[in-house]
Design a protein around this ligand. Structure first.
Ligand SMILES: [Fe+2]
Length: 240
């Protein structure tokens, strides 16, 4: 069984299409999505329409939740732009998404960590442009009671694979649509594979036309997204 895991598309349809093409070439039985679907200035409407068409197993991200819960004046500038573009059917789709989910009793899905869509699991988040691994005790604590062989999270945009001592695999596939600190603009996702009853994961970084993505963001009024989209060196603090 082979599962492609995508997360944090953030409205970047060109990146999503490149990832879809890569998945199609490598082959997967299913693709699943960990949320933060549309919060970005590249092509939020094109992204949500493609996602509604695909109807993938998907959970809601913190930014999707903000779009549903907060009035425009309580949103950051990108989410305010996105909220003004979205149609009622797009909000309805996001409203129907669960906070966490699972696949076949084997794979658990959450956006941040099991308890919260804003709590980062496999990274200490960022300070300036630095990203660091949390200690083992804190990673393990958040996995307590989540009894699945594979635990998936997104949110930080930092792709990582962790194997707990008890054998459980924790994977953050990174972000499809906007790279922080990876030092590469390539779209990220992960492939999970179960062979002989054991799960393995691999991380992918896919080239796409990021100059065009930056042009679309610029045309929508977000020149501050150019460097992150085209280099992958910027942190979230410069974007939202
Ligand atoms: Fe995100």
């Amino acid at each position: 069984m082979r599962i492609a895991v995508i997360s944090d598309i953030h409205g970047n349809r060109p990146a999503l299409e490149a990832v879809e093409a890569d998945i199609a070439q490598l082959g997967a039985d299913a693709t699943i999505n960990l949320g933060d679907l549309v919060s970005g200035p590249v092509d939020p409407i094109g992204t949500i329409e493609l996602l509604i068409e695909r109807n993938l197993p998907t959970i809601i991200g913190n930014h999707d939740r903000y779009l549903l819960e907060r009035p425009p004046e309580k949103l950051d500038s990108v989410d305010r732009f996105v909220a003004a573009e979205l149609l009622p059917a797009h909000f309805d789709y996001m409203r129907g998404l669960p906070k966490t989910s699972e696949v076949a009793g084997e794979v658990y899905m959450c956006h941040g960590s099991p308890g919260s869509d804003v709590d980062p699991w496999l990274d200490n988040w960022w300070t300036g442009r630095t990203t660091t691994m949390p200690d083992e005790a804190s990673v393990l604590e958040k996995a307590r009671g989540v009894d699945f062989p594979v635990l998936l999270c997104g949110h930080t945009h930092i792709a990582r694979i962790v194997r707990l001592r008890d054998g459980r695999l924790i994977v953050n596939p990174g972000s499809v649509g906007i790279q922080f600190f990876h030092g590469a603009p390539d779209a990220r996702y992960a492939l999970l594979e179960r062979r002989n009853g054991k799960w393995s994961a691999s991380l992918r970084a896919v080239a796409y036309d990021w100059d065009n993505a930056a042009k679309l963001a610029l045309a929508n009024g977000f020149p501050n997204w150019t460097e992150a989209l085209t280099t992958g060196w910027v942190g979230a603090e410069a974007l939202f």
